[in-house]
Design a protein around this ligand. Structure first.
Ligand code: UTP
Length: 290
């Protein structure tokens, strides 16, 4: 049987962003810029590079700017054209999305990532879908979501992007119980959300990139509370194991945890150093701190 193509992505953006207060009091965390682009735009561009055509943003209170960011800004475009600012105009137009490609769903109360994904159940329907958490910012030659999409085609099932972390930090992540480590791909026999360090089955952790089969919704619908008394996506995914293929993918590239202040600041430096228009100035600034 041929696999259904991966065309849908869910981007949960309804979290409170408490680690970034007061910046996130009136502004969505996902609108924080790295150099000159908001986090949400990096995630959307990564997904489009993987062939994703339909987007569902899970939003909540105070998140309207995220959706407006992808609107056409007529007045702004006209003003830029009148002032001859062609480069800025081209940059704005390059990010425009095909009409009808974004839907939003409200998560009225942030009850956890699993609950946020369940809120997208009508959008997901019977199709495989990608999840991108925009506060994990990826620097990859091949889009991380495209790497997952390829692994989905190879394995015919669920795939999550994974990385190794020092054992003492595993209690912050979803952790893999490994069935077989094949190098690039790892088959999974269990998943645990934020285990105690002395009880973690490995130091391989799930990052904010997933390709999942729609059946995960049935498990999330039970609204079982897990770690932190939240409905955890990890617990829903764990229930698929043994019934469907489930793999971890050691993706190629780097992740910056922009939900965390130090990770966010590091991303600013790393992304600026990658930009020909920014790198010389950034290097000169960094020298003054060494
Ligand atoms: P985080 O664990 O980073 O939580 O969520 P947060 O609320 O955004 O930030 P802190 O920890 O309070 O600083 C990971 C992702 O899941 C989304 C968030 O928006 C983020 O993209 N999320 C989390 C939801 O959409 N709904 C939830 O109920 C929880």
């Amino acid at each position: 049987m041929s696999l259904k193509p991966l065309k849908k992505a869910v981007l949960p953006v309804a979290g409170l962003g408490t680690r970034f207060l007061p910046a996130t009091k009136a502004m969505a965390k996902e609108m924080l810029p790295v150099v000159d682009k908001p986090l949400i735009q990096y995630a959307v561009e990564e997904a489009r590079a993987a062939g994703i055509e339909q987007f569902c943003f899970i939003t909540g209170r105070g998140k309207t700017a995220i959706v407006e960011h992808f609107d056409v800004a007529y007045e702004l475009e006209r003003t830029l054209a009148e002032r001859g600012k062609q480069a800025e105009l081209d940059a704005l137009r390059a990010q425009s999305m095909p009409p009808g490609s974004i839907v939003t769903v409200r998560q009225q109360v942030p009850m956890g990532l699993g609950h946020a994904i369940w809120c997208a159940r009508a959008f997901i329907g019977d199709d495989p879908f990608a999840i991108l958490l925009p506060d994990d910012l990826m620097m990859c030659e091949t889009s991380c979501t495209a790497q997952l999409a390829r692994a989905y085609e190879e394995t015919g099932g669920n795939v999550v992007a994974i990385e190794e972390v020092p054992m003492e930090r595993v209690n912050r992540y979803g952790v893999l119980d490994v069935a077989e480590d094949m190098g690039r791909l790892v088959s999974i026999k269990g998943l645990v959300e934020k285990p105690r360090v002395d009880q973690a089955p490995s130091n391989l952790t799930v990052i904010g990139r997933y390709v999942l089969m729609p059946e995960v919704i049935t498990h999330l619908a039970k609204m079982e509370r897990g770690s932190g008394n939240e409905v955890q996506l990890t617990d829903g995914m764990a229930k698929l194991i043994g019934h469907q293929p489930f793999h971890g993918l050691r993706y190629e590239g780097r992740r910056f945890d922009c939900g965390d202040k130090a990770g966010y600041l590091e991303a600013q430096v790393a992304f600026a150093l990658q930009r020909p228009d920014m790198a010389p100035a950034m290097r000169a600034i960094l020298k003054t701190y060494s």
